[in-house]
Write a protein of this length. Structure first.
Length: 255
């Protein structure tokens, strides 16, 4: 029944907002079904006809690392090559660790929402699998060190602080998911020359890549969350049953 579907959609939205505390997480479940695809993990399917320009996802990051200054980088999902600065992704991972340690985020939910890349997926990025594994390990150890330093600072003012649940294996698991799912935040989405941060957006990351996407992502500054919200809109009419795609590449390359 339409009424029950609407109530279910509202409940899901409220639960998502409760889970992420101050984070805004809105995927229009009246329009989108999340499914498991044959070869690329989870994906999103249009439930019914979607008009060009319609907003499908509006979401704040659950973790975000701001650059000291704007850099030139694609406005889509960050590749391993674009993430060559270990400090960037390590600090991003450390933010997730802090949220997990504080009970604001669930490890199970992160693992459920963000897929871990297979070796075949890693090869498709143009990176060597051995080199990627070494890179992930370095980032994870760096993130763990950052987290332990922050925990130490917190314990100085709180002798009764709970023991950390963070392990190196957990850091490595998170790092694989970060490198496969993190977005570059660029406010000028036509050329990506003003990237200001990298961030994790769970609902947005559910959309798979296509070189001819039927949606387009943009970012805007807000007063909620970490200050940068992603919005995904249909760039053409989309029919019921079509999979929704974004481009992980710089959309300026197609102009």
């Amino acid at each position: 029944m339409p009424g029950l579907d609407r109530i279910r959609s509202v409940i899901i939205t409220l639960l998502s907002q409760f889970l992420y505390s101050h984070i805004v997480v809105v995927m229009d479940r009246d329009l989108i079904s999340v499914v498991t695809t044959c070869s690329r993990g989870k994906g999103c399917i249009a439930k019914r006809h979607i008009k060009k320009g319609q907003c499908l996802v509006r979401e704040d990051a659950i973790a975000l690392f701001k650059f000291n200054s704007a850099v030139s980088s694609p406005a889509g999902v960050v590749t391993l090559a674009a993430n060559s600065d270990i400090r960037n992704v390590s600090h991003l991972c450390a933010q997730l660790l802090l949220a997990i340690d504080g009970g604001k985020l669930s490890v199970d939910d992160i693992y459920d929402r963000f897929c871990r890349p297979t070796d075949d997926m890693l090869r498709s990025t143009g990176s060597t699998v051995t080199g990627t594994h070494a890179y992930i390990d370095s980032c994870a150890r760096s993130a763990l060190a950052i987290h332990e330093h922050r925990r130490q600072q917190q314990r100085l003012g709180n002798a009764a602080a709970a023991a950390s649940c963070i392990t190196l294996d957990l850091c490595i698991g998170l790092m694989y998911r970060i490198c496969c799912n993190v977005f570059t935040v660029a406010l000028n989405n036509t050329n990506g020359d003003d990237a200001v941060a990298i961030g994790m957006y769970p609902d947005a990351a559910l959309l798979n890549h296509c070189c001819c996407p039927n949606t387009v992502q943009s970012f805007r500054q807000t007063n909620s969350g970490f200050g940068y919200q992603i919005q995904i809109r249909a760039n053409r009419d989309i029919f019921a049953g079509e999979e929704l795609y974004i481009s992980y590449l710089d959309i300026g390359e197609f102009n």
